[in-house]
Design a protein around this ligand. Structure first.
Ligand code: G
Ligand code: MN
Length: 384
């Protein structure tokens, strides 16, 4: 802005940043200096991109969307700016990669405003579009929105509640709006691998989503650990920097994240060794083990220390196999294929000895015989 222009007083936001002025604002409302970028939305069961969220991006000195929306509010042009952003987003509908949906953001106050209504009119067919209701201010009642939501649904759009669990988008709104997608706010995802309560909350919202026949979409995944928990909880959809950042062309998902999801899903499919466990007699001392072997049905006894950790096995031939360094001991969650691969490289003296299974704390939980393991792995349906 030149110093000589008779521009109005500059406006600042709460952080002291200068907001865009009315002239720049008028430009973007006409569609100049505004465009959409797209962030991939991932199907966590398949590690594939199933959709994109269109996000408004601005050119020039103020690039972040927040000051623009702030400025539009100050100048009473919020509906028009929302309309301009929505138009940019919906323009991408025609060039969307196949088999993906497009999500677009709109505030409840703007959704039926004249400027926005004009945009809806220009895009009469909304199949494959998810309209995200983004609530920046409290909406007391959604009753007034019923007609416009019904129109959008009739045009083929699905409805999502954005930022659920944060700010104003509470569970009450989920109940009244009956959305097709519930977007779980980033605040509930952040650090959920270290917070049991957050994990329980996500699980609860997931159950609610299931009851309402809605998809849960977790937003703002920034770490592999957060991702692991969400995959473990069976959350169907996710989005975040760790999975893929927004970009101007439709970006692919991050390949490391894809690999991580696939290995996590595989680990879950495999029950580890639990289904193959057998409980044989245990003893704290050698004499007790020998006594247990007097029963002719017993062919192996596991020797434990005072903390229930296995120290060795004693077999019918009176041979003690020490657990340490012998490859006898294995975590019960080890996939069966990994366990057999490790077992067959043991020394010939105990290559076919049972595997002694332990839990994460190192405590004995049972044994798995090699015969059982091989039988399990060679059965045709064993990998399903
Ligand atoms: O309110 P809504 O969920 O539509 O906001 C999306 C915004 O969040 C976008 O501006 C996008 O760039 C940003 N975003 C997307 N993924 C992440 C993430 O993993 N972490 C953070 N902090 N922001 C994200
Ligand atoms: Mn959104």
């Amino acid at each position: 802005m030149s110093a000589s222009s008779p521009s109005p007083e500059p406006v600042f936001d709460g952080a002291g940043e200068q907001l865009p002025g009315p002239r720049e604002l008028a430009g973007v409302i006409r569609g100049v200096g505004i465009h959409a970028e797209f962030q991939p939305i991932i199907d966590l069961a398949r590690a594939s991109v199933v959709g994109y969220e269109a996000l408004a991006r601005f050119e020039g000195p103020v690039r972040s969307p927040l000051p623009w929306f702030e400025a539009a509010k100050v100048h009473g042009r919020l509906d028009e700016l929302e309309a301009a952003a929505l138009r940019c987003a919906l323009d991408a509908h025609a060039i969307l990669p196949t088999n993906t949906f497009l999500t677009v953001n709109i505030g409840p106050a703007a959704i039926d405003a004249p400027a926005v209504r004009e945009v809806w009119r220009d895009f009469p067919s909304l199949g494959g579009v998810v309209v995200e209701l983004t609530e920046h201010e409290r909406v007391e009642s959604y009753e007034a929105l019923e007609p416009v939501l019904t129109r959008l649904r009739a045009a083929g759009a699905l409805l999502a509640i954005d930022d659920a669990g944060a700010g104003y988008a509470g569970l009450q709104h989920v109940l009244t709006l009956r959305p097709d997608v519930i977007k779980l706010d980033r605040a509930l995802v952040e650090g959920l691998d270290r917070d049991e309560a957050k994990r329980a909350l996500v699980e609860m919202v997931g159950t609610l989503a299931g009851r309402l026949d809605a998809w849960l979409l977790a937003e703002g995944i920034e770490t592999g650990e957060e991702l692991d928990v969400l995959v473990g909880l069976g959350v169907p959809l996710a989005q975040g920097y760790f999975l893929g950042r927004p970009g101007p062309a439709f970006p692919a998902m991050d390949t490391d994240a894809a690999t991580r999801i696939i290995s996590q899903v595989k680990r879950q499919d495999d029950h580890g060794l639990r289904l193959l466990l057998e409980h044989v007699p245990v003893s704290r001392d050698y004499d007790g083990a020998v006594a247990a072997l007097a029963d002719e049905r017993v062919d192996v006894v596991v020797l434990l220390d005072d903390w229930q950790r296995p120290v060795g096995t004693l077999d019918v031939d009176g041979i003690v196999h020490a657990v340490r360094d012998s490859g006898l001991k294995v975590n019960v969650d080890t996939p069966a294929t990994d366990a057999v691969q490790r077992a067959i490289v043991r020394s010939s003296s105990h290559r076919f000895a049972p595997l002694v299974c332990i839990d994460d704390a190192g405590r004995y939980v049972g044994v798995v015989r090699m015969e059982r393991l091989v039988e399990h792995l060679t059965r045709p349906d064993s990998r399903s």
